[in-house]
Ligand binder design. Structure first.
Ligand SMILES: Nc1ncnc2c1ncn2[C@@H]1O[C@H](COP(=O)(O)OP(=O)(O)OP(=O)(O)O)[C@@H](O)[C@H]1O
Length: 264
């Protein structure tokens, strides 16, 4: 493995960490992202959309796990696609997939440290970074427990810890609150706000309330395209009394989908 120079791991903040134009991404044979235009700055961007809207497929493309089938995608200043060398981008990425694998006999600390190693973090900085990530997700008391002994919510928090261990400039969290108890969800909202202060964070979720409470920006996807992008207040302003939902944000979400379907 080639040695990594300090300059390569130094943070370089990009004004638009994500820039997609007419992006198309396949899931199997299906074009699950189909002509998406999206530009994102630092902040917390909540990705909403009905089942099958293409949220997970978008996350997979932004994590560089799948290559775009068409259009243009620039991540942290680097063009993605073809034979582009994505090593520098991947070092600055954090990704929590909807389903993630792990070695069941690894401890939480081993699991997070292994990710730090994959991200080519400097060896000397790794133990402190691992401890900090574990502390930030509230798993300090489980740091030396084996992964196979964790509850579903604890596993998800270990997954979040591995995603943030390298202080990524671009952080992708696919349904991070699944399995978290109400108290943990509130703590997670605080963590999100903190992370979004200087990183670009994308959080895909079905919990419209989490987005309204913790995101600076709302992205609504439908059928592989961007239907709406705005602040939580903009989303709320779209709702009307008769729309489906238990809260103003949920009514805004329903109203946007209803309007789109009646126009289509
Ligand atoms: N491997 C695959 N082969 C074929 N079609 C797929 C595959 N994976 C996903 N799809 C289809 O692509 C579309 C988008 O899927 P995706 O998982 O990105 O949506 P999503 O918005 O994340 O949905 P959810 O809210 O249910 O998680 C869906 O219609 C899905 O059926």
């Amino acid at each position: 493995m080639r040695a990594v120079h300090a300059a390569e791991t130094a943070p370089t903040l990009h004004p638009w960490p994500v820039h997609a134009q007419e992006l198309r991404v396949r899931a199997g044979r299906h074009l699950a992202v189909d002509g998406l235009d999206l530009s994102l700055k630092a902040g917390v961007h909540g990705v909403l959309g009905p089942n099958g809207a293409g949220k997970t497929t978008l996350m997979r493309a932004l994590s560089t796990v799948v290559k775009p089938a068409g259009g243009a995608l620039t991540l942290l200043g680097a063009q993605v696609g073809g034979r582009a060398d994505l090593r520098a981008v991947r070092r600055q990425l954090g990704y929590l997939p909807q389903q993630f694998g792990f070695y069941p006999r690894f401890t939480v600390r081993d699991f997070v440290a292994y990710m730090a190693w994959l991200k080519e973090m400097p060896k000397a900085a790794t133990p402190d970074a691992v401890q900090r990530a574990i502390d930030r997700v509230g798993l300090a008391t489980k740091a030396d427990a084996k992964m196979k002994t964790l509850s579903g919510g604890m596993l998800r928090r270990a997954g979040i810890a591995q995603a943030i261990v390298n202080d990524p400039e671009l952080l992708l969290l696919d349904e991070p609150t699944v399995g978290l108890d109400p108290e943990q969800r509130l703590d997670f909202r605080d963590l999100l706000r903190d992370l979004g202060a200087d990183s670009c964070v994308l959080v895909s979720t079905h919990l419209v309330e989490d987005v309204a409470a913790a995101c600076t920006d709302v992205i609504l996807m439908n059928e592989g395209r961007l239907l709406f992008q705005g602040t939580p207040d903009d989303l709320i302003a779209c709702g009307e009394q008769g729309d489906a939902g238990d809260s103003p944000a949920e009514r805004g979400y329903s109203a946007l989908l209803r309007q789109h379907r009646s126009n289509g």
